[in-house]
Design a protein around this ligand. Structure first.
Ligand code: HEC
Ligand code: HEC
Ligand code: HEC
Ligand code: HEC
Ligand code: HEC
Length: 452
């Protein structure tokens, strides 16, 4: 396994791309500009305003009148269906229910290595984004270093709310007002219309953050927003929500006498790899609704297809070694078949998001019951985290593009294609001892084709 990985003490968040982009995107402060400030929350807000948008929590501390608190379960007492949907989403799992996250968070506090500082205050802004979800708030940085946060106890901290992770209030509540798409509802809480809820910004505040913190050897590598913006899916009217929050007509709150409205599903389905074995049953039905980003087909080898196969970016060294280990050169094979892997359903690279996400495609060639050939490839990115964050390889497929494997086949043989998508590399899975507690990957495609 990569020594680098365990030594780094770091997480998936690491970045090279920001160097290429010439820096880290930073939005001006939008809220809470009133002075003077004396409470802990206000002092923390003054600090956060000086930071990039993804280094800040969301200000939703005031509980809307008529509600007891900001917890999703509280909203769910009336908005049952939306609550049920959100409850099985990965957003809901982004804090406690994720065996990997808590371990990585511990590491980011410098727990394993006292010479390291604490960068965990960065993590919580995306995983528990609402101010009241954070036990401690940051009011400054010693020597301006991101791994030397000056913490203060958050008087508004609510532990139950923390467990909600990316909760309703993240996107819907500001300063005690519940924002929604209508603005004309008879709700038992204050509401206002927010026309920007369908904009990508609602998602990219967490799904687009690229930055390398060189001295701390830490980086942030979320480029889904940029990938989308560069794609044909960024045409007016199409956003993350178009694919991840499908439309449905229904009532918002079954116990109230309110009309059927145009609404959106809150499953936020993506890879649909359940984080834990026990989530499989609740996630399985969503696969019919969302589908996969990649489609896999076979066809005859043409000149165009051969050119595409030759353009494929090189695998990182460790994956090349794996590919060699798995490859079986077919001695009986006189013809060829092209396996075409197309990113025709995702509005961003496949895979996207966490830099450890990857897709493995294996093609097994048989004659009778005998395996006579095997081809294997990996689609994903590879970084070295130590001693410097470095991009080693990027074989991900941009939206609308294809990757081709040319497979030697025998006449009268059979070709079996198996594709798997994974959240993390084997090294990290083993290092964190997640066997039985976490699902690393799932098979999403299997087909057998007869060769004439
Ligand atoms: C800018 C927002 C942001 C910050 C800061 C952030 N994360 Fe994340 N994190 C995300 C997003 C978005 C995803 C989902 C990406 C995906 O599903 O591929 C994620 C996913 C994860 C996952 C799950 C990965 C997987 O493949 O299942 C872990 C573990 C994690 N983050 C840990 C951390 C830790 C530890 C830190 C702090 C060092 C951190 N995150 C900081 C936004 C953030
Ligand atoms: C006591 C019941 C109840 C609770 C609790 C509740 N809501 Fe509502 N909410 C309603 C009703 C009723 C409506 C109006 C529905 C309609 O007219 O279709 C509504 C409307 C909304 C709207 C649409 C507003 C608009 O004008 O676009 C949003 C968004 C919303 N609620 C979110 C939330 C969130 C988030 C929470 C928790 C922080 C929450 N609600 C808690 C009953 C409730
Ligand atoms: C406050 C930060 C935040 C916001 C805002 C946010 N996300 Fe996420 N999202 C996350 C985190 C964190 C994860 C990963 C959680 C984990 O893996 O434990 C995630 C995971 C996902 C996943 C991956 C699911 C999977 O299991 O493969 C999808 C898809 C997704 N988000 C879509 C969206 C969309 C669409 C929006 C906007 C409507 C959005 N997110 C807004 C933080 C956020
Ligand atoms: C990651 C952001 C995000 C989270 C988390 C989130 N929502 Fe939404 N919500 C949206 C978006 C986007 C819309 C669609 C707005 C539109 O159609 O203009 C929406 C719409 C709604 C509506 C109006 C009806 C509809 O579906 O369009 C209600 C009510 C609502 N959400 C309640 C909730 C509740 C309750 C939770 C928590 C259980 C929640 N939301 C969590 C982003 C979010
Ligand atoms: C054209 C539809 C479409 C659009 C637009 C889109 N996505 Fe996706 N997204 C998908 C599909 C399909 C998947 C499932 C990929 C797979 O098979 O794992 C996915 C997967 C994801 C994942 C999990 C990563 C992975 O590799 O599976 C995240 C996170 C995500 N999307 C976030 C976003 C965000 C944020 C936006 C907007 C900036 C967005 N998506 C726009 C279709 C879309």
């Amino acid at each position: 396994m990569g020594r680098s990985w365990t030594d780094s003490g770091l997480t998936h968040t690491a970045l090279v791309a920001a160097l290429l982009m010439g820096g880290c995107p930073s939005k001006p402060a939008e809220q809470h500009t009133e002075a003077p400030r004396d409470g802990v929350v206000d002092r923390a807000m003054s600090f956060y305003e000086t930071r990039a948008y993804y280094e800040r929590p969301v200000v939703a501390t005031a509980v809307p009148k008529g509600l007891v608190d900001l917890r999703a379960e509280t909203c769910g007492a009336c908005h049952e269906e939306i609550y049920q949907e959100w409850s099985v989403s990965t957003h809901r799992r982004a804090w406690l229910d994720d065996a990997q996250f808590q371990k990585e968070l511990e590491k980011s506090r410098g727990a394993e290595d006292p010479t390291r500082g604490d960068v965990s205050w960065l993590c919580v802004n995306c995983h528990t984004p609402v101010v009241a979800q954070q036990e401690k708030l940051v009011v400054g940085l010693t020597d301006g270093r991101i791994d030397r946060p000056q913490y203060e106890t958050n008087p508004t901290f609510n532990e139950a709310l923390q467990r909600d992770a990316v909760t309703c209030a993240t996107c819907h509540v500001r300063d005690g007002i519940v924002y929604g798409p209508y603005g004309d509802t008879q709700a038992p809480h204050p509401t206002a219309k927010d026309e920007s809820l369908l904009k990508v910004d609602v998602c990219t505040r967490c799904h687009q953050a690229e930055r390398l913190y060189i001295s701390e050897n830490l980086g942030c590598f979320f480029s889904t927003g940029r990938e989308w913006a560069a794609s044909s899916y960024s045409e007016p009217g199409q956003t993350c929500q178009s694919c991840h929050m499908p439309e449905v007509e229904r009532k918002l709150a079954s116990a109230f006498d309110t009309p059927v409205r145009k609404t959106r599903r809150h499953w936020f389905g993506g890879s649909l790899i359940p984080k834990k074995p026990e989530y499989e049953a609740e996630i399985a039905p969503l696969r019919e609704i969302y589908g996969n980003g990649l489609s896999i087909t076979t066809q005859a080898v043409t000149a165009e297809i051969r050119a595409l196969a030759e353009e494929a970016p090189a695998l990182a060294k460790q994956d090349r070694a794996l590919a060699e280990e798995k490859t079986l050169h077919c001695r009986y094979c006189k013809s060829e078949l092209a396996v075409v892997i197309a990113n025709d359903r995702a509005g961003h690279y496949m895979p996207s998001g966490d830099p450890e996400r990857h897709v493995d495609v294996e093609v097994v060639v048989r004659r009778g019951s005998k395996v006579v050939g095997r081809t294997w490839t990996r689609i994903g990115s590879r970084y070295a985290w130590w001693p410097e964050v470095t991009l080693l390889a990027d074989t991900r497929i941009p939206p609308g593009q294809r990757r081709v494997l040319i497979v030697p086949v025998p006449s009268g043989g059979e070709v079996e294609i198996v594709a798997t998508k994974a959240r993390m590399y084997e090294e990290a899975f083993e290092y964190h001892q997640l066997e039985g507690r976490y699902i690393r990957a799932r098979e999403f495609f299997r087909a057998t084709i007869s060769v004439p």
